[in-house]
Design a protein around this ligand. Structure first.
Ligand code: C2E
Ligand code: MG
Ligand code: MG
Ligand code: MG
Length: 288
């Protein structure tokens, strides 16, 4: 371990200090890992759903939802940034990720049957899942069991994942696209993906990262980058979703740029299924 070596070089005392620190971190990590390993059986995971809206003449219409994983640890909702990296490090993400897919597909199929026929479902994937040789087979099984049409499912991946560029991952992505499931490149613009990758992989959607949208329209750099990504997507025949829309001014900017899809707190935070259902039955647009 690098930290350990450099600490050792700095003298015995510092070594001990660093070592305790590492041990403490390792212990906490272990405790978290074991709690997470039991979380599935204990039904501690749930999904929140955030609307993805299509802009028609500047007006947002519900087009789909992104499913976002939540873990309730003794009644406390733990932020994904805290537990998803741990699941990914221990490969627990493969089983949990499969549960997310099952649950999200089932829920969105229910909503479709209840009247939201056109609604699509977006699910985040981890690289670990795409390193499983039977991922596409399992995905097909889930679609079959839940009755969700492949065209109603979007799988979100990141630039980092594409850059691994392994045969296995590439084959899985080809097979997924072959099923008719669409692929979205999440957090686009934050990684180091070369533009060539956008054509090399069977992508359908670009999601402009929140960090760019949050600066619009005041910040000139954010504005230029967001505009360029929306244009890039359109030139490549990809659909574009702007993430993290929080203000009317951002929505106005995106409307002017002809950005087809938007998502963010301005429309709704990620919320439990029942709450989303309520929201749309109240507005009359969601006939359950
Ligand atoms: P993401 O896929 O980019 O998801 C969007 C994140 O942005 C969500 O955070 C959402 O709550 C947040 N967000 C949406 N609109 C706004 C906004 O207007 N303002 C701000 N400040 N934030 C907004 P969340 O739910 O905490 O998830 C964080 C990340 O965890 C996700 O980023 C995704 O990378 C990962 N994640 C979540 N669920 C899953 C899952 O089931 N599997 C995997 N592998 N990763 C997941
Ligand atoms: Mg996402
Ligand atoms: Mg994102
Ligand atoms: Mg993100």
């Amino acid at each position: 371990d690098l930290a350990l070596y450099s600490a050792k070089g700095a003298g015995k005392d510092r070594f001990a200090l660093y070592y305790d620190g590492l041990q403490h971190t390792a212990k906490r990590q272990l405790a978290l890992e074991s709690a997470l390993a039991q979380a599935l059986e204990r039904n501690e995971y749930s999904l929140h759903y955030q609307p993805i809206c299509q802009l028609v003449d500047g007006k947002p219409y519900l087009a789909g939802v992104e499913a976002l994983l939540r873990w309730s640890d003794q009644g406390r909702l733990v932020p994904p940034q805290e537990f998803i990296p741990v699941l990914e490090a221990s490969s627990g993400i493969v089983r949990v990720g499969e549960w997310v897919l099952q649950e999200a597909c089932r829920q969105v199929r229910d909503w479709q049957l209840a009247g939201q026929a056109q609604m699509h479902c977006a699910v985040n994937l981890s690289i670990r899942q795409l390193q499983e040789h039977d991922f596409a087979d399992r995905l097909m099984l889930i679609l079959d069991e839940t009755g969700l049409a492949p065209g109603s499912l979007v799988l979100e991946i990141t630039e980092t994942l594409l850059m691994q560029d392994s045969m296995l991952v590439r084959n899985n992505l080809q097979r997924i696209a072959g099923l008719g499931v669409r692929l979205a490149l999440d957090d686009f613009g934050t990684g180091y993906c070369s533009l060539g990758y956008l054509k090399r992989f069977p992508l359908h959607i670009l999601k402009v990262d929140r960090s760019f949208i949050s600066g619009t329209p005041e910040n000139a750099e954010s504005l230029v980058i967001s505009r360029a990504i929306i244009g890039l997507g359109q030139s490549l025949g990809l659909s574009v979703v702007a993430e993290g829309v929080e203000e009317q001014a951002q929505l106005d900017f995106l409307t002017a740029e002809h950005c087809p899809f938007v998502q963010g707190y301005w429309f709704s935070r990620p919320i439990p299924a029942a709450q989303l259902q309520e929201m749309f039955s109240e507005s009359g647009a969601f006939n359950v």
